[in-house]
Design a protein around this ligand. Sequence first.
Ligand code: ATP
Length: 258
Amino acid sequence: MSVALQCERLTAGYAGVPAVRDLSLSINEGEVVALLGPNGAGKTTTLLTLSGVLKPMAGEVSVCGATVRGGRPHLAARAGVAFVPDDRSLFYGLSVRQNLRLAVPRRDAEGTLKQVLDYFPALGEILDRRAGLLSGGEQQMLAVGRAMAMRPKVLMVDEMSLGLAPLIVQRMLPVVRRIASETGTAVLLVEQHVDLALDVADRALVLDRGHVVISGQATELREDRDLLAASYMGELAYDRLESEAEQPAGAGGGRSDA
Ligand code: ATP
């Protein structure tokens, strides 16, 4: 199984202030990794940096072994990164079909449309409806469908569940799992429904205050709800910040095993 996405000691933030520090992560082809954590933990910042929107303050990102220069989202896209932001960023005045067509070269259009409809059959019934008139769930299907139409090597989805009923999320997450397993796409998923995310993920990382405070196999983390709850209460981040303050610079520390 080869590595699709890798970053080493990534530090990123805004106006010189880090929001994510020293993040190292590697995702294999076909693997689903959930990025979890409380509000303001640095999850969106991580996705923005990995997708080339934000330039890292330190560290490197590579896609299938090729280094992707930070701050150049088109280069990340060309290297095979597709990013679904939490606002979905659709063309709301265009139809479902037109939104999907824009994502793929004309010669691949029919085959790709068929593949997207295989994963999201509900879109087949609304191909000529304007994206702005769709329900939240339909828009999210279109956003993920459009991203997969680009045949990415790495698919990143930020807060798929934002504004959606849990039942819809429960139906959509297994589809994302299927996309990863059947197409070999590596998936990085930011999700607030922790249990649902752990049901479909292979591995998970929990971020708090910009640090990875937990990482491990999804099956193990499902068993360790106390540890997960502590991370959401910020207790693990406090432990880490305190131990860093006590140790000399560069000595490390924390509970992450990644
Ligand atoms: P949420 O689930 O609330 O979106 P998150 O884990 O995705 O949380 P980020 O959005 O990555 O967290 O934010 C991490 C930190 O960076 C927060 O302290 C946030 O206030 C700050 N931040 C986010 N965007 C900006 C920005 N454009 N300018 C300055 N600071 C920002």
